[in-house]
Design a protein around this ligand. Structure first.
Ligand SMILES: [Fe+2]
Length: 270
């Protein structure tokens, strides 16, 4: 099964540039690329920071842009989002019974669980007892099927200290790890927030994240006081979920470098 993971669209009001860039332009190009190259994907999942400042028009602009997709899409909320404005302006947005932007998607490959890690008034993330109870219920209800988690904040340090200062609350990250340790069917953790391609494993669970649709976080493993940025190209991930493996292809879909034929794999070389 193929899905598309993209993140941090950071939409603004109509015509608004974010750090002198247009996230709407980048997402429009991503939608065109996905429709052209990956219309066989089951869905797109966007892991948060849908809007840059939670502006109502940002959500209507995002909905309008995503309506051009030929395949379904699902949204996770991030620290730049505003839950009430999202609820008011983004038609059909789903919330759990406690009002958090969480939901479960049953797929042919297993269960996707989309988490809400937003803590109002801060860029850092949280996961309260109500949300933990909901998550445990959903994993139990999966009944051993493969589970894929999607969230905005990572529940662990990534080694970029200025970003780790605004990751999921450390105690809640530990609590999440302790919960997931009780299950053997958690296959992968997809997240956003870091505006960089990062992959690895945490407590035995594979994870990945990627660049945003607009501005990126520079690879700086030392600066604790300032989040350093740059304008590396936006990307999206083409994710292939198989019985025995998960494959993630990072696609810098806006690159303008020359394309050429390297050579046939069927021609022997001396
Ligand atoms: Fe972001």
């Amino acid at each position: 099964m193929k899905i598309i993971h993209l993140t941090d669209t950071h939409f603004g009001y109509t015509g608004q540039k974010i750090y002198q860039r247009s996230p709407q332009h980048a997402l429009t190009k991503a939608v065109e690329s996905i429709n052209r190259e990956h219309s066989d994907a089951e869905m797109v999942v966007i892991t948060g920071d849908l809007a840059h400042a939670g502006h109502p028009e940002a959500y209507t602009n995002l909905q309008s842009t995503l309506s051009k997709l030929d395949i379904p899409y699902h949204l996770v909320i991030g620290n730049h989002d505003h839950r009430p404005t999202l609820a008011e302006t983004f038609g059909n947005f789903e919330f759990d019974e406690n009002g958090f932007a969480q939901k479960v998607i049953q797929t042919e490959r297993g269960v996707f669980i989309l988490l809400d890690t937003v803590k109002e008034g801060t860029h850092a993330g949280t996961y309260c007892e109500q949300r933990f109870q909901w998550l445990k219920q959903q994993i139990d209800s999966a009944n051993g099927q493969p589970v894929y988690l999607f969230m905005h904040h990572a529940p662990f340090d990534t080694g970029i200290p200025a970003m780790d200062a605004i990751s999921l609350d450390k105690a809640h990250g530990e609590q999440l790890g302790n919960l997931l340790d009780q299950y053997s069917n958690i296959k992968h953790l997809f997240f956003g927030h870091y505006h960089r391609p990062i992959a690895g494993q945490w407590r035995g669970i594979a994870f990945s994240t990627l660049r945003s649709m607009n501005h990126q976080v520079r690879l700086d493993l030392n600066d604790e006081k300032m989040i350093q940025g740059n304008f590396e190209e936006p990307q999206y991930c083409v994710v292939l979920l198989e019985n025995d493996r998960t494959l993630i292809h990072y696609h810098d879909y806006m690159h303008e470098s020359e394309e050429f034929e390297i050579g046939s794999p069927f021609v022997a070389h001396i």
